[in-house]
Design a protein around this ligand. Structure first.
Ligand code: ATP
Ligand code: MG
Ligand code: MG
Length: 660
């Protein structure tokens, strides 16, 4: 037996550690509390918490709550729950908003140092100054008249912004970065020493980076009531100003983020260097930013805006949704949005995105919701995956098995399902469950016939124990396992034929059948059981009927299939509602009369197998009650279950091709 390999102590992650091999590693997971987390965030959580844990350090949960317009209490709560569910405990829960006083103080300090100015240009003028011609084209850049303002004037204007002198859009505090750098400043000449040449090359690369074209630090927001700080502030700091400073204030050593932030790394360092938090060109002091690839999952929708359309329905046509803001466009581009609403200054919003026109149509179409909520098990939000019964350990394993490198990890929902299947195979007990029961009555057995079958929860692992299953005069089998017409290729039950039963001693043979007079459907099979019945060619699952054993347990079983017919729902028409026509009519299949053997009550109420790290004992976390239905699928208890009603969710099918 070899030691399990720690994925954090090799490859790219090890390299990141070695670049700054400190003993007090400190990381953070910094979500914006403006939506529910999705499977992509499971990677960010696993990477940040896992990295710190592996190197004996700690990870904070930081709510990056600097955009008051979009934040809501329910998101804070859900994010905390999901981190816990994934089995991690934050060292400290922090809020960027707790640092608003210090951040503002540092904005004044930066201004005093001559490294920030208050600008009154319109968004269009700002773009022009930045040389943005649209469509990713650039022309010459130039600083505006506000660039050369005196320090004292900037300070008093910043205070003016703070004190309500300006309305949204009328004033922005901009960092004085490299917008005004002239090509002649980095033009290399013959006389330059090698060191001077290197300096000039560095200057050129900095001044070529749109993230350093005097990005915004503070702006006056439209809705300025903040969830935590109330009406204290009219101005709020941008991501670019806040993130690196909060990292520094929290003592973050390794600030791990996704690759789309790589072009922002020089801006991250610039601000910390200007404030003497970092030394120029060195990661020794202060936090160090490094970037890992995003997790992109095809086959579902992860964009907040689009999930919102699925959850709430939408009206398309002459609607704000179809006004393509930079943010919308960014989400369309594989959801690489760094932009905040109205934040024209953001480099990703302002320079790399296609400029789309607002289309005005007179026809509107109301599109109804497609799912029941953010935790609808057909979605890939973390609340939905949890509700479906996916074990958190399976998600973490999936993320790490894909590998953490600089490259984006592109995968598909069915690869995730395969990984969950493999994980469950080894971890959950097995039970017999019948989705669509037909009654089978053995005419050769007495009414009170009872065989108590001792059945292991996991035939491959005796330590998981056994339980008793009643075999009785009446049992139930799955409708799929019976055919009225026999067929040479059909190995299960049909008139005159016999079949074996899992966990029972003898086979059974169908003698005759009874049909419901109304529906014409077979509602009872008359059969015989015993050692004289010829052996069948297959073995099927069943559930016995015994009040004393509480068998069967009645349940509603919900089977989930892909929400869309298209393999790449991101490519559907989300603007005019075409996505709605691609919905898979079979994405939810309900079996209202399913039956489970009595072993279910035992696993539900006693749950002897280890729960996942973040899961509560017993049924406090209903979705932690999981089992493999023999020959059917993996199931978990749904959150809607009560003491009286059992609702089951299919976690995944047993085989890749789906089946039930
Ligand atoms: P959304 O995809 O919903 O727009 P976001 O990027 O706005 O998500 P944040 O709350 O800002 O979400 O993200 C918190 C952290 O999670 C960030 O560090 C972000 O880089 C990371 N993250 C977001 N999406 C992914 C993903 N698909 N893969 C890996 N990390 C991600
Ligand atoms: Mg995003
Ligand atoms: Mg974001």
């Amino acid at each position: 037996t070899s030691e399990p390999v720690d994925p954090f102590k090799q490859g790219w992650l090890k390299g990141v550690y070695n670049e700054k091999a400190v003993t007090d590693v400190r990381t953070r997971f910094p979500p914006e509390p403006n939506g529910y987390l999705h499977i992509g965030h499971a990677k960010a959580i696993t990477v940040n918490f896992g990295f710190a844990k592996s190197y004996g350090g700690a990870c904070n949960l930081r709510f990056d709550d600097t955009n008051p317009t979009k934040e809501e209490e329910k998101y804070f709560t859900s994010i905390k729950e999901m981190v816990h569910w994934l089995g991690f405990e934050p060292h400290t829960i922090t809020y960027s908003s707790d640092e608003f006083d210090k951040l503002y103080e540092l904005a004044e300090e930066l201004t005093r140092r001559g490294k920030a100015y208050v600008c009154h240009c319109s968004p269009a003028d700002v773009k022009r100054g930045r040389g943005q011609l649209g469509g990713g084209e650039y022309g010459p850049r130039s600083a505006c008249s506000h660039w050369s303002r005196a320090v004292d004037e900037n300070l008093s204007e910043l205070r003016g912004m703070r004190d309500g002198k300006y309305k949204p859009g009328e004033a922005v505090l901009r960092m004085k970065q490299y917008l005004a750098t002239k090509p002649e400043e980095y033009e290399v000449s013959e006389e330059d020493s090698p060191a001077a040449k290197k300096e000039k090359e560095k200057l050129k690369s900095l001044s070529d980076n749109p993230a350093l074209w005097d990005a915004a630090a503070y702006r006056v927001t439209k809705n300025n009531h903040h969830h935590r700080t109330g009406d204290k502030w009219r101005i709020y700091p941008t991501y670019e100003f806040t993130h690196c400073i909060c990292d520094a204030l929290e003592g973050i050593t390794h600030s791990l983020c996704t690759v789309e932030f790589e072009t922002l790394r020089p801006a991250y360092n610039w601000l910390l260097e200007e404030l003497d938090i970092k030394n120029r060109g060195s990661d020794e002091k202060g936090p160090m930013q490094r970037e890992y690839g995003r997790l992109n999952v095809e086959g579902t929708i992860l964009s907040k805006r689009r999930i919102m359309m699925l959850v709430e329905g939408t009206t398309v046509g002459n609607e704000p949704e179809s006004n393509n803001t930079a943010e919308d466009a960014a989400e369309d581009l594989e959801e690489l949005s760094l932009a905040e609403e109205g934040d024209e200054e953001h480099p990703s919003a302002a320079h790399s995105l296609p400029q789309t026109q607002t289309t005005t149509t007179t026809n509107t179409r109301r599109i109804p919701p497609a799912v029941a909520g953010w935790d609808d098990p057909r979605l890939f939000t973390l609340v939905a995956l949890r509700r479906r019964g996916v074990p958190p350990g399976a998600l973490k394993k999936f993320v790490l098995d894909l590998g953490v490198t600089k490259a984006n990890a592109n995968t598909m929902t069915h690869s995730l399902d395969a990984s969950i299947r493999t994980y469950l195979e080894r971890t959950v007990p097995r039970l017999m469950l019948v989705l669509d029961p037909i009654k089978v009555v053995f005419q050769n057995l007495p009414d009170d016939y009872l065989e108590e079958r001792e059945v292991p929860f996991d035939p491959k692992d005796k330590t998981k124990g056994t339980h008793k299953v009643p075999f009785t005069k009446t049992i139930y089998i799955d409708r799929d396992d019976f055919r009225e017409e026999d067929d040479a290729d059909f190995f299960r039950l049909s008139p005159g034929q016999s079949v074996g039963l899992l966990n029972a001693e003898h086979p059974i043979r169908c003698i005759s059948l009874h049909k419901d007079a109304g529906t014409g459907k077979v509602d009872e099979i008359i059969a015989e059981y015993g050692k004289d019945v010829p052996a069948g060619r297959a073995r099927i699952h069943w559930v016995g009927e015994s009040a004393a054993h509480h068998s069967p347990v009645k349940a509603e079983a919900r089977i989930f299939n892909p929400l869309f017919k298209a393999a790449k729902p991101n490519e559907l028409d989300w603007k005019t509602g075409g996505y709605y026509d691609d919905l898979n009519p079979d994405s939810l299949v309900v079996f209202p009369n399913a039956m489970i053997e009595c072993g279910f009550e035992y696993i539900r109420d006693n749950a002897p197998w280890p729960k996942e790290e973040g899961e509560a004992k017993g049924t406090a976390d209903k979705s932690s009650v999981r089992f493999q239905g023999l020959r059917t699928a993996f199931f978990a208890l749904d959150s809607e279950s009560t003491g009286e009603k059992v609702v089951l969710n299919r976690i995944v099918s047993l085989k890749e091709d789906g089946g039930k």
